[in-house]
Write a protein that binds this ligand. Structure first.
Ligand code: NAG
Ligand code: NAG
Length: 441
């Protein structure tokens, strides 16, 4: 709880900075949040809640929450339950979880536009039986079904445009719903982004035959290499190859599955993800964006050569990261910035290259002294081979006369650091096990 508050506060400070930097821009955007207009006319009674960075106010007897542009990831506990309008535009919400809004039984309008929503769980809108207006435009939703909307019988105004709609058979129920004549304000202007055949077609104008036949065709004909057209893309790596366990913690085991990419449909509740012994040679931006609960990630023995600075974005709960036995030479600036709770980091058996590019990693680790790591030893260039990276970085700043160079104090020796690390890891694991035993017994 406290941690969430701190993070939120941090985000808030950042948002405030931005606002200071560009007051005009933000102000100008402020008023197109809600349909109906005039919500903040003459004299709204305002009251700011001291423990929340958001504004709660009453206007024409209806309670508003204005929490726009706060880098929020979730609905925060502590918001009043009798809100009628909730303004959450321009945050960083990725997933709408089941029952996320179920406490807000009086809600009539919900503005979620300009977030990063890519997933909406089936019961995300449970309990919103007074909701009439839902704004989901400018997000990253690809597929939705009618099921999501069954909890909102009064919904009469729905915005869905500017989402990358993937118009296949899965979308049939939603599209039929939008086309019912009485729903004339649901989903106007929303267009398909893919597949190519339906690109830019409006959801409200697609016929269900167009949606479903396309898929069948692809399935019947596995090689549609029509000349002049690029070959159809290979399906993304699929997590259904992996084993899923729910006990004792939600685990997705994708070990030795010949994966060349991080699977794109990892269930959002996964706490432990094993991707070891695959063939993932690079990590692209936002690979783990939707798995916020992830605590342990094993990427060992993959041949990873490159990690995009945004690859670990959203992994704010990650505690253990195993990157051992890969082909990493250094980390780009920023790779670790989202890993607030990292505790253990395995770096062994990588060809660490001791030049200026390794400094970021070293200083990040030095700065985050509660992160225990192992295996940071120079492999190249030849002159530093076998040195610990710490020793190399320190030597970089010391202009010692040549004859003094080899005499480094014992403490700089990576072996001792590694032994120390093993001990810490052992203690850590034992501690956790004893906690588990206490809980069980
Ligand atoms: C990661 O996977 C490898 C191989 O499957 C295993 O040996 C190693 O212990 C795992 N790392 C962690 C931190 O569990
Ligand atoms: C290291 O990774 C490679 C694949 O990149 C694998 O073939 C090898 O067995 C791994 N080594 C160990 C000790 O796990």
């Amino acid at each position: 709880m406290r941690v969430v508050t701190i993070i939120t506060l941090l985000f808030f400070c950042k948002a405030a900075e931005l606002r200071r930097a560009d007051p005009g821009g933000v102000k100008n955007q402020r008023n197109h949040g809600l349909v109906g207009g005039g919500r903040r006319g003459s004299n709204p009674v305002k009251r700011s809640t001291p423990d929340l960075p958001c504004e709660v106010y009453t206007y024409l007897h209806e309670k508003y929450l204005d929490c726009q542009e706060r880098k929020l990831l979730y609905v925060l506990p502590g918001w009043p339950h009798d809100l009628v309008h909730m303004l959450l535009a321009r945050n960083k919400i990725h997933v709408l979880k089941n029952n996320m809004f179920s406490k807000f039984r009086k809600l009539k309008s919900l503005d979620l536009q300009q977030n990063e929503i890519s997933k909406i769980e089936n019961e995300a809108f449970f309990g919103l039986n007074k909701l009439t207006t839902l704004l989901l435009q400018h997000n990253r939703i690809k597929v939705l079904t009618e099921e999501v909307f069954i909890y909102m019988p009064l919904l009469s105004y729905l915005r869905l445009y500017d989402n990358p709609w993937h118009c296949t058979c899965d979308m049939e129920t939603l599209i039929s719903m939008l086309q019912v004549p009485k729903n004339r304000n649901l989903g106007n202007y929303a267009k398909c982004k893919s597949p190519q055949e339906l690109k830019n077609k409006k959801l409200r104008q697609i016929k269900s035959e167009e949606l479903c036949n396309e898929e069948e065709k692809e399935q019947l004909d596995p090689k549609p290499q029509v000349s002049g057209r690029p070959p159809t893309r290979k399906p993304e790596a699929d997590s259904s190859l992996c084993h899923i366990y729910v006990f004792p913690i939600q685990t997705l085991d994708c070990k030795r599955k010949d994966l060349k990419k991080v699977p794109n449909n990892i269930p959002p509740d996964i706490v432990k993800l094993d991707l070891s012994y695959n063939k993932i040679n690079q990590l692209r931006p936002k690979e783990f964006e939707d798995v916020h609960k992830l605590k342990k990630l094993n990427l060992s023995s993959n041949g990873i050569e490159f990690i995009d600075p945004a690859a670990f974005l959203g992994l704010t709960n990650l505690e253990e990261l195993d990157l051992s036995n890969n082909s990493l030479q250094n980390f780009d600036y920023g790779v670790f910035e989202d890993l607030y709770f990292l505790k253990l980091l395995w770096l062994r058996d990588n060809p660490w290259r001791c030049d200026y590019n390794i400094h970021y990693l070293y200083y990040w680790l030095k700065h985050h002294y509660n992160v225990h790591y192992n295996g940071l030893e120079c492999k190249t260039p030849e002159e530093y081979k076998g040195w610990s990276v710490g020793k190399y970085v320190r030597s970089y700043y010391e202009e010692c006369p040549k004859d003094k160079l080899p005499t480094y104090p014992e403490t700089f020796d990576q072996d001792t650091e590694d032994d120390e690390w093993e001990k810490i890891h052992r203690d850590y694991t034992t501690k956790k096990q004893s906690v588990r035993i206490t809980l069980v017994g």
